[in-house]
Ligand binder design. Structure first.
Ligand code: FES
Ligand SMILES: [Fe+2]
Length: 413
């Protein structure tokens, strides 16, 4: 029997963080620093949740694939098969364990380094070691010279499959192949984003920041909370207010978030001070607005978190999305990309304007990433607080509730 999971930080200590925003405090600092808690979290959260691995438009044709590394270090392949289905499977060969997508030959100066992620188009996945060959959906097609074994049954062997589901063009995988489907858990966000037609958008090449030195939850919190926007980013906001200062919603004029207990998404939006806001110093979107938005939607920035891995900011001309993959208790890898309507990427000067668009988002990253690193430093301290949350931190109380639900479910399983 599998040993029951037990959090090394008693779950009662989390209750004060997962409550009404006017009472909630930050998580126990050990949740951001302790290796034993990180192991618990990998098993309690990442082994059982839908993890975003990328976009369908990154593998448009049959045979297109890319590899990625999931939390806990699992190497997986994301591939489109001949029936156009998207598959997520382990890249570990079921003969003697070589990663089947690793290149057979390497340059002399990288003989001893682990191979990096791969992408390309293939007819099959053939393990370079002994040439066991797998179909694009992971089934074993052939294994040379194995007929001498009476117990060798080719049809029972495959690259281990993860559960896979596509939502709004984003590919999600789950180690738990009996997991409840994702779509009903994210219905709120499906409704919020309907007119943006994200599933038809196309992605820009990803930017990867490996092993950033802070806990993955600090990234999620910083991305989603609105309390810091015109403080940490006051210089960017001084030119023109990004959000409507008159609005008296729950979060002091920034944005309002919704989370229903048991749900798989935390989504919110803020009313902007003018139509078609963009995240650059002009505060104006640089590309044509998405044609299908209502007038009301043209005054919004939407923020969507499908925890634990996908963060998305949606403006009226595009969206940007971040994938968060913990690599240790105090490190994670951040993968960043944008999606645009196809008509936008086909504009003649798209590349030139896109550089300005990226530079605008980078202005925020340039302030957020150092703040996050310094927060991790503080959370290691003996003086680390369980600080009171502000209303602009509303997202944090909701995220903490989402986390505690998963921690509790793991202990109860
Ligand atoms: S390890 Fe893959 S074929 Fe032997
Ligand atoms: Fe920020």
């Amino acid at each position: 029997m599998e040993a029951a999971l037990v959090s090394p930080i008693p779950l009662e200590e989390f209750e004060a963080s997962a409550t009404d925003i006017d009472l909630a405090v930050t998580l126990p600092p050990g949740a951001y620093t302790r290796a034993d808690f990180h192991d618990f979290e990998l098993a309690a959260v990442f082994d059982r949740s839908w993890l975003c691995v990328g976009r369908v438009d990154e593998i448009p044709e049959p045979g297109d694939y890319f590899t990625t590394t999931l939390p806990g270090g699992e190497k997986v392949i994301v591939a489109r098969d001949k029936q156009h289905n998207v598959n997520v499977m382990s890249s570990v060969c079921q003969h003697r364990g070589m990663c089947v997508t690793a290149p057979a030959k390497r340059e002399r100066d990288s003989w001893y380094a682990e191979p990096g992620e791969q992408r390309g188009n293939v007819r099959t996945f053939r393990c370079p070691y002994h040439w066991w060959t797998y179909d694009l959906d992971g089934r074993l097609l052939g294994a040379p010279d194995m007929n001498h074994r009476s117990d060798f049954e080719r049809s029972s062997i495959r690259l281990p499959a993860l559960a896979c589901e596509v939502w709004n063009g984003f590919i999600f995988a789950n180690f738990d192949t009996d997991a409840e489907p994702l779509a009903p858990q994210v219905a709120k966000a499906t409704e919020l984003l309907e007119n943006y037609h994200l599933s038809e958008m196309v992605s820009t090449p990803r930017d990867m920041l490996a092993d950033l030195p802070f806990n993955w939850k600090i990234m999620v919190e910083n991305f989603m909370e609105g309390y810091h926007n015109d403080r940490l980013h006051h210089d960017l906001y001084d030119l023109a207010k990004g959000d409507d200062p008159e609005l008296e919603n729950l979060t002091a004029g920034h944005m309002s978030f919704e989370y229903e207990p048991g749900s798989g998404v935390i989504a919110g939006w803020g009313r902007t001070a003018h139509r078609d806001r963009g995240l650059n110093p002009t505060q104006r979107g640089l590309f044509p607005p998405i044609a299908t938005l209502t007038d009301e939607e043209r005054w919004r920035m939407c923020y969507v978190c499908v925890p634990p891995s996908l963060l998305m900011g949606v403006s009226t001309d595009s969206a940007f999305w971040f994938l968060v993959t913990p690599t240790g208790p105090e490190t994670f890898t951040l993968s960043m990309s944008f999606v645009f309507p196809r008509s936008t990427v086909e504009l003649k000067l798209f590349d030139q304007v896109f550089r300005q668009h990226v530079a605008g988002v980078d202005l925020f990253n340039n302030e957020d990433l150092p703040a996050n690193i310094a927060t991790q430093m503080g959370l290691r301290s003996r003086y680390a607080p369980r600080g009171p949350l502000a209303r602009g931190d509303l997202f944090l109380a909701q995220f903490n509730t989402w986390l505690l639900e998963r921690y509790r479910a793991a202990e109860a399983a």
